[in-house]
Design a protein around this ligand. Sequence first.
Ligand code: HEC
Length: 143
Amino acid sequence: MKSSYAKVSLVAMSLTLCSGAVLAQQPMTDQGKLEYDTNCAVCHGPGGKGDGSLQPLLRVSATDLTQLAKKNQGILPVTRMYEVIDGAGVPSHGSRDMPIWGRTYQSENAQNLLEARGNYDAQALVRARILVLIEYINRLQAR
Ligand code: HEC
């Protein structure tokens, strides 16, 4: 009796180890890069330099995001960036009343995730998506 219990737990343990190994082999998704490539690169360019493929069609040039820290005494203007992404005061991004990205994130959340997961805070997810984006843009900064 005891030995079969030991066998079962050994099998369970090796299964856990195996699935762990499988998980470890999968490449990690860079969420910030994914968000950026999906929503921002068309205007701000793949590397953030303001040279996206839509650039010729824009009335106002998309900001070179690699210079944000340099232009702000070496400090990334996180609060300003957060507001811009969330939908404040940059015409191409919409307005406070009609934020493009804040709204995109919120409606996607509502549809895809609220239903699927039930009890979770949609606002927290919007904040998390904006913050991973800011963290990615931080990595694009010119030094
Ligand atoms: C439709 C084109 C377009 C897309 C897509 C876009 N932007 Fe912009 N963005 C602009 C333009 C144009 C400006 C400059 C507006 C101005 O100077 O009035 C700008 C400005 C900014 C600024 C700088 C604001 C400042 O302080 O000067 C940030 C930060 C920014 N965008 C981040 C993003 C992020 C992050 C995304 C993706 C979620 C994104 N943008 C998607 C066009 C775009």
